[in-house]
Design a protein around this ligand. Structure first.
Ligand code: CMP
Length: 139
């Protein structure tokens, strides 16, 4: 059992498809053990994506991620990091496999509906960036 961090992004909250995304998550044996609807501040989004600060898409990414509400989540299950990355599909929905969240729901490489941690180490950092231990409840 391990954990990963997930964001359902503004393009998905705007189109009212967060339930469809959660269904894919739950159908693939990940348990949502923490979940919060919130709106990222510029500072919070910049801190979260600081690894991308030198990328040409950074400013657009911050503008987009602060453009509407997001759902932040902690997911738990066997190989949670790897499993969720498989369920999300490729960053660019054009390259994502059929049945993945991004293939079914994402609009383009930026408005790609979901974020998931890319390693166990980053999952811990990202979970701690958004959640207190007291907000996370195992089954
Ligand atoms: P995410 O997995 O949250 O990590 C970084 C985000 O930056 C990514 O999903 C996309 O939303 C966005 N992103 C990544 N690559 C590009 C790109 N080439 N152009 C625009 N946005 C991108």
């Amino acid at each position: 059992m391990n954990r990963t961090f997930s964001i359902i992004k503004p393009d998905a909250t705007k189109r009212n498809i967060t339930g469809s995304i959660n269904k894919i998550i739950e159908d693939n044996n990940l348990v949502i053990i923490a979940q919060k609807r919130t709106k990222l501040t510029k500072e919070k989004a910049e801190g979260f994506y600081s690894i991308h600060k030198d990328k040409p898409f950074f400013n657009d990414l911050i503008e987009y991620m602060t453009s509407g509400p997001v759902i932040i989540q902690v997911l738990q299950g066997d190989n949670a990091v790897e499993n969720y990355r498989k369920i999300m599909g490729a960053t660019n929905p054009e390259n994502a496999e059929k049945g993945t969240i991004r293939k079914e729901h994402a609009l383009n490489i930026q408005e790609n509906s979901v974020h998931g941690s890319d390693s166990e180490e980053n999952a811990k950092i990202e979970i701690n960036y958004f959640f207190e231990d007291s907000e996370i409840f195992n089954n």
